[in-house]
Design a binder for this molecule. Structure first.
Ligand SMILES: Nc1ncnc2c1ncn2[C@@H]1O[C@H](COP(=O)(O)OP(=O)(O)OP(=O)(O)O)[C@@H](O)[C@H]1O
Ligand SMILES: [Mg+2]
Length: 339
């Protein structure tokens, strides 16, 4: 289903002017600042933002673990403050810090959780078999989780949250600390959950994760919602267009001046045998560029056109870098934080 078709899906979450302030007075921190948004049934909705943006706090509020300071929200039609029990019965949650019992086997972890959510006992063993297969962990069912890789743990934790077939599943940083292959496996798992019509809400500070997986993305910075749309439309907000990089053996003559005079080129930078420029539809400009270089007698050694990324958008919207290492997968887990 395309995001546009999803546009006709009914709303499953409505958040209105939600605010969460921790502490008081001079040291108060506004972790979520007047956020309003609406999430549609069966979409994969990403909450994207740098460390400390307020993503986990927003998830914790929507999953009834924290009460908001102000504002309101309805989750699957139930009021956050008045009907938290009803909400809990229709959601699945996979928190940022892992919560599996490492001493227990994969099967026992699922069984324990099944009892916790009051899954019908007679059907539990069958459901657990299904979930282990879904996570690709059938042959590790009797192994203690302590012996699992990070990716296997995450896959197990995600299916655990799915045990009671929730309408909505919340995944807080589902791939944090995982290697690229394990991340891909988690993405596939999320897509398959979503194929069963489950609404998936995930937080991430990986731009590529949001681009690959999400139908729509909410950008959060300093607790505030700074943009919300499909990835495609968000990328269209970046005004500077595609980044074209051309490498030469050496750059001579007035070629740079000629390019600077070209009205189609928005921005141009020269460094160490490379010309980097930005232009709308950069790909279409390539033949003209090559013509200019040929006329000037310059030998092009390589040329690349890169369309804007969500990272470019973040920089455009906030005027600051997304954060060191934020777009890569090189940071630690978020374990240990408590609220
Ligand atoms: N229980 C708490 N008490 C005080 N401050 C808190 C608490 N929980 C979160 N905060 C603060 O709220 C802000 C948002 O934190 P939050 O964990 O929601 O960010 P995040 O976007 O999930 O970050 P990360 O990407 O690192 O997981 C931070 O400044 C954090 O220090
Ligand atoms: Mg977080």
């Amino acid at each position: 289903m395309t995001p546009v078709e999803r546009g006709q899906d009914p709303e499953i979450i409505r958040v209105e002017h939600l605010t969460k302030v921790f502490g008081r007075g001079a040291t108060a921190i506004t972790a979520v600042d007047d956020v309003s948004l609406s999430i549609r049934r069966s979409e994969i909705f990403g909450i994207l933002g740098p460390n400390g943006a307020g993503k986990s706090t927003l998830i914790r509020i929507l999953t009834t673990l924290l009460t908001p300071t102000a504002g309101s929200a309805r989750v699957a039609g139930f009021d956050l403050v008045r009907e938290p029990g009803r909400i809990r019965s229709v959601i699945g949650v996979c928190p940022q810090a892992g919560t599996l019992d490492l001493e227990l086997t994969a099967r026992d972890n699922l069984e324990f959780y099944g009892h916790l959510v009051d899954y019908p006992r007679a059907e539990l063993a069958g459901r657990i078999r299904e979930l282990l297969a879904f996570a690709g962990l059938e042959d590790r069912a009797e192994s203690v989780v302590a012996t699992f890789s990070g990716g296997m743990r995450r896959r197990l934790e995600i299916v655990r949250a799915f045990i009671h077939r929730p309408l909505i599943i919340f995944l807080d940083e589902p791939t944090i600390g995982l290697d690229p292959e394990a991340r891909h496996e988690v993405w596939e798992q999320v897509a398959r959950l979503n194929a069963e019509k489950t609404t998936v809400i995930l937080t991430t500070h990986y731009m590529d994760e949001a681009e690959r997986l999400c139908d729509r993305v909410a950008f959060i910075d300093g607790g505030r919602l700074i943009a919300l749309d499909t990835v495609e439309r968000l990328l269209g907000l970046v005004p500077s267009g595609d980044l074209v990089e051309i490498r030469f053996d050496r750059i001579t003559g007035d070629v740079v001046d000629r390019l600077r005079d070209d009205p189609r080129i928005g921005f141009l930078e020269v460094r160490e045998g490379t010309i980097a420029l930005r232009a709308l539809n950069g790909g279409r400009l390539v033949p003209a560029l090559l013509g200019v270089f040929e006329e000037a007698g310059l030998a092009v050694t390589s040329l690349s056109v890169r369309t804007p990324s969500l990272e470019d958008l973040f920089i455009y919207l906030t005027g600051k870098e997304f954060g060191a290492g934020a777009a890569t997968n090189a940071d630690s887990t978020g374990a240990g934080r408590e609220s």
